[in-house]
Design a protein around this ligand. Structure first.
Ligand code: PHE
Length: 335
């Protein structure tokens, strides 16, 4: 080299080569390789600057101007290309990450409480407003709590009224919630005012009105001075709240070993002709009060046991108890 002509030629060649090379740059990696090759500290442009020392003094300023022009040109081309690549990458990223807010959403199915749970909670709420606490007891019971303490001694024929699943000689799946009465009274002194919802089991063949697994709610109120009139009032309040205004209610005689007297409670819808049984009830038998250490001369009480399935069936006109257990969504969704 050594003269301005040669340098001018070299500059033009490098510029042409650079232009071709830059045209092939399509991503950030090749762009960086281009920058290092042409504009890097030891790159092609720097190398050309080094030849400036060989140029005669009178041509130096023109040579310097040409070299600066070359460097500025390449830098400008590089930056333009770089901007284009970044914009393309950003476009691609935006496209990848964009959300079309006008697309229909993915809906999540929201469930709801089973109709039996709804009815149970509704009944609980009615009695809680009247001042009853909610108690619970075990589903596996001993013969003592299920029978003896409730005034049904061994070999008493009334035991056959509850078709009981036995687990061993003395333990069983409770066929009613009445044993919870005994647990509650054993652990508290009067006044006692509880309701107890829970699952019960009976050795019944399944049909439209029987299920080997079902639910009851027990009620027990023991205090000084309670009579059948109090029971009737509580039940009237309950019937009105649960079924609605205008229902009639009547008691008829029944028998349970743990209540004396015992009654069957019937209701009749406004305008209806048929009486429907809703529960068994009665005044707590003095023998039961004695069994738990209460003094039947001082306190009296009343109790009832109602079937939650039966209440739901009466309220909603369901004619088959099996509907509660078959998980048919066409049924469940109506509640
Ligand atoms: N436990 C009785 C039953 O299951 C119902 C009942 C409860 C009756 C309390 C009177 C008092 O049939």
């Amino acid at each position: 080299m050594g003269n301005l002509n040669a340098l001018t030629t070299a500059i033009r060649d490098l510029n042409d080569e650079m232009t071709r090379s830059l045209a092939g740059v399509g991503d950030t990696a090749t762009l960086e390789a281009f920058r290092v090759e042409y504009l890097g500290r030891k790159g092609r442009v720097s190398q050309l600057f080094k030849t400036l020392g060989d140029i005669p003094a009178e041509d130096k300023s023109e040579a310097g101007r040409l070299l600066n022009e070359l460097r500025d040109g390449i830098t400008h081309a590089f930056e333009e290309r770089s901007g284009g690549i970044e914009a393309r990458a950003l476009d691609a990223q935006l496209l990848r990450e964009s959300v079309d807010v006008t697309m229909p959403g993915v809906s999540r199915a929201v469930g709801h409480l089973h109709p039996l749970t709804q009815v149970q909670r509704e009944i609980e709420a009615i009695f809680q407003r009247m001042g009853f606490d909610v108690a619970t007891g075990p589903e596996i019971e001993t013969e003592y709590y299920n029978f003896e303490a409730l005034n049904i001694p061994a070999d008493h024929p009334a035991r056959a009224d509850w078709d009981t699943f036995y687990i061993s000689d003395t333990t069983l799946l409770r066929p009613h919630t009445s044993p919870v009465q005994v647990h509650v009274m054993e652990s508290a002194s009067p006044p006692v005012r509880i309701i107890c919802p829970g699952r019960c089991y009976r050795r019944d063949a399944q049909d439209a009105t029987h299920s080997p697994v079902f639910h009851q709610i027990e009620l027990l109120w023991v205090e000084e001075g309670l009579s059948l009139a109090h029971l009737k009032h509580v039940l009237e309040l309950f019937t009105r709240e649960f079924f609605g205004e205008g229902y009639e209610m009547r008691f008829s005689g029944d028998f349970f070993p743990f209540t004396e007297p015992s009654v069957q409670v019937h209701i009749k819808a406004p305008g209806a002709t048929r009486w429907l049984e809703i529960m068994g009830a009665g005044m707590v038998d003095p023998a039961v009060l004695t069994n738990v250490g209460y003094d039947p001369e001082q306190v009296t009480g009343f109790a009832f046991g109602l079937g939650i399935e039966r209440m739901a069936m009466l309220k909603y006109g369901i004619d088959d108890i099996r509907a509660f257990l078959t998980n048919d969504l066409r049924f469940i969704r109506q509640f």
